[in-house]
Design a protein around this ligand. Structure first.
Ligand code: FNR
Length: 382
């Protein structure tokens, strides 16, 4: 299977599985407990159908939208995800350049493997920094200041990860960052020599933005669960979020809001966006899917804040359904991570091109010329 054989997210998932050592693939693909929430995040889109209008004269369409103060060329962006140079040596650099080509947001994780400053310097398209609140308050403060210096467009504070979800695939494979040599991982690395040579002989793998602050987390091979449980601050509360917003002073998003009440509180503390998200099912299994919860949240706060539907997106039609309910945009992680793992920046560009093509084609088939025309009248629930 080659890049040109990959026409959709599932094709890239298949190729990623071939190209990556098992522990790394399962870190991306896996989720918490029984992975029921991860499955539901995508299945939820099948509970309603699109109802097209015909003869609408849709020669040209405009799929741009404005989110967190920046216009983006397509209503889908790249959620922040950790450790990208582990998936392909181009890592965050390749992903950010692909996002730039498509004129959409790139989200860089606190646990990224390239620097905030480098992304700020080299990428002109909209940039989001994802903040985890660490117990080390000096680190949190420093990260926000660095985002200011690097002229990021927004900060997304992840609020659903005060402890790690129970990711059993990672327990089984012994996944850690950096990867640790065990008998079974050694076999997996040996049978994926291309990945292993890249890992060993390209740039040193590290958590670039944390290395000066968190020596324990970067020098020792830690499971991601251990990292979260040791380093992140479970005492984080609304006051913490408000303080980050005040220090940052710019577009501020809460990532991981699921309840209407929390969405209202996000407005109250001055957030300008929320990502309705359960972290791709990697945290609380049994949590409701973002798309299932979207309408209630849009009805409560959609006129005051940008509501983003994050997770489960595998098709352009999923984006159209979320926008019809009232989301400003959608975002996703695995949709581009499989492509990164399969083929680096070229893979991410190909999947973004395919998804952009699906959104454009589906808008034409729906008879809408702009995303503003999408509304609940375009949907029927089964
Ligand atoms: C993530 N996600 C995530 N979120 C976050 O706030 N900080 C992070 O560092 C990461 N890291 C991360 C790694 C991997 C491998 C995955 C798959 C996900 C969650 C991510 O931002 C997003 O919410 C989910 O990926 C959305 O679900 P889908 O699109 O993967 O179904």
């Amino acid at each position: 299977m080659r890049l040109s054989d990959c026409h959709n997210v599932e094709d890239f998932r298949t190729l990623a599985r071939k190209r990556l050592p098992g522990p790394v693939y399962h870190y991306i693909d896996g989720a918490a407990d029984d992975e029921a929430t991860k499955a539901r995040n995508t299945e939820a889109f099948s509970d309603c159908d699109l109802v097209p209008s015909v003869l609408a004269g849709v020669e040209t369409i405009d799929m741009s939208t404005t989110v967190m103060g920046r216009k983006i060329a397509m209503p889908l962006f790249l959620s922040p995800t950790a450790l990208q140079r582990l998936f392909h040596w181009q890592g965050e650099r390749g992903v950010a350049r692909a996002a730039e080509k498509f004129g959409t947001y790139f989200g860089i994780s606190s646990l990224a493997t390239v620097g905030i400053e480098e992304i700020g310097r080299t990428i002109s398209s909209p940039k989001m920094f994802q903040l985890y609140i660490h117990k080390d308050k000096g680190l949190n403060h420093a990260l926000v200041e660095r985002c200011k210096e690097a002229k990021f467009d927004c900060i997304a504070l992840t609020v659903d990860t005060i402890v790690s979800g129970n990711r059993e695939r990672c327990l089984r494979t012994g996944f850690s960052s950096p990867p640790r040599l065990t008998p079974s991982s050694a076999i997996s690395f040996a049978t994926h020599p291309r990945w292993t040579l890249d890992y060993l002989f390209r740039e040193k793998f590290e958590l670039t933005n944390l290395k000066d602050h968190v020596s324990e987390g970067t020098n020792v091979a830690l499971s991601v669960a251990d990292y979260f449980n040791k380093m992140l601050d479970p005492a984080m509360d609304w006051r913490t979020a408000e303080n980050v917003r005040a220090q940052w002073g710019g577009e501020f998003c809460l990532k991981g809001i699921m309840s209407v009440e929390d969405a209202r509180r996000a407005v109250d503390i001055g957030a300008t966006a929320i990502m309705v998200s359960n972290h791709g099912g990697r945290q609380l299994d049994g949590s409701r899917a973002p798309f299932d919860q979207l309408a209630e949240i849009v009805d409560a706060v959609g006129d005051r804040i940008d509501v983003i539907c994050d997770g489960g997106i595998r098709r352009g039609s999923h984006v159209l359904k979320a926008l019809s309910v009232g989301a400003k945009a959608c975002s996703g992680g695995r949709m581009y991570l499989y492509a990164l793992a399969a083929a680096g920046q070229a893979g991410v560009e190909r999947i973004l091109g395919r998804l952009q093509g699906e959104i454009e084609r589906d808008m034409k088939l729906m008879g809408v010329k702009s995303v503003a025309e999408l509304n609940r009248g375009n949907l029927r629930w089964r």
